[in-house]
Write a protein that binds this ligand. Structure first.
Ligand SMILES: [Cu+2]
Length: 68
């Protein structure tokens, strides 16, 4: 199990938080997603088959790209 906190500058409201949490939770292997509106972060707990690359790709696809 791996826990990573991503910086996501485009988080701007509670809707963003909800969208990120519901979309990323759908990814197989993701066990927890907690997005924070104030900090503009998402802390994601995952294991195989989920990978950092898959999570980052998904976040980009839903218009919440991870900051470099
Ligand atoms: Cu929003």
């Amino acid at each position: 199990m791996t826990t990573v906190t991503y910086s996501i500058p485009t988080i701007s409201c509670g809707h963003c938080v909800h969208t990120i949490q519901s979309e990323v939770s759908e990814l197989e292997g993701v066990t927890s997603v907690v997005a924070n509106q104030e900090a503009r972060t998402a802390t994601i707990v995952f294991e195989a088959p989920a990978t950092e690359d898959k999570i980052k790709t998904l976040l980009g696809e839903i218009n919440y790209p991870v900051a470099a």
